[in-house]
Design a protein around this ligand. Structure first.
Ligand code: ATP
Ligand code: MG
Length: 183
């Protein structure tokens, strides 16, 4: 499984449709201050099911929608699509019936988020589980935020263990056990 494309429309500063091709070996994003580097990383976390507004540097989830600028009105929705190459057919079951998987998350003002996988409606949980089982996801240690390295150095052992568990790909199992215990 490999991420090959990230498409944004109305997400934060990416008000115009933006199609980013993710070439193999991409490890970082550089550019002038305020150009949208952190917003790109947040779009990637968001489409994978991130639900904490603080992780998006916002007060509420609708803050990811383009809020308007001097010359442009605000938008009513934001959409991010992530295209995954699944030719190796390593995607978890339920998603593993195609060579390419396109996950789309769309948020509409006052109507919340909806997800699609290859144009079929899916639940947030399905998308979160897809990425948790694939050793990635919105909490993945593979996505390094600004300031995250120093946080990791200063973290308590329990928090540091969570990072190792994400990297080992077992956090999906924890989520399922937690759900089973609630039932
Ligand atoms: P730095 O190098 O300082 O870390 P950066 O490239 O990471 O900068 P971002 O933080 O991704 O930049 O982008 C910040 C820009 O995104 C700001 O101009 C901010 O106004 C804009 N922005 C954030 N949320 C929204 C929104 N909902 N609507 C419109 N613009 C937004
Ligand atoms: Mg930044």
């Amino acid at each position: 499984m490999r991420f090959t494309r990230l498409r944004l429309n109305g997400f934060k500063s990416f008000v115009d449709p933006t199609d980013l091709v993710i070439h193999e070996g991409l490890t970082g994003v550089v550019g002038p201050n305020g150009c949208g580097k952190s917003n790109l990383l947040e779009a990637l976390r968001w489409v994978m099911g991130e639900n904490r507004p603080t992780a998006m540097r916002g007060g509420g989830m609708e803050d990811v929608i383009f809020a308007g600028a001097a010359t442009r009105p605000a938008r009513h929705f934001a959409e991010v699509a992530l295209v995954i190459d699944n030719q190796d057919r390593l995607a978890p079951s339920g998603f593993n019936d195609a060579d390419q998987i396109e996950i789309v998350r769309r948020i509409t003002r006052d109507a919340g988020s909806a997800y699609k996988a290859n144009t079929k409606d899916v639940r947030a949980r399905d998308v979160q589980m897809l990425f948790a089982d694939a050793s990635t996801g919105s909490h993945s240690p593979a996505l390094v935020r600004q300031g995250q390295i120093s946080e990791l150095i200063n973290a308590k052992p329990k928090a540091r263990r969570r990072v190792l568990e994400e990297a080992a790909g077992i956090s999906g199992l924890y989520a399922r056990r937690h759900e089973a215990e609630l039932k």
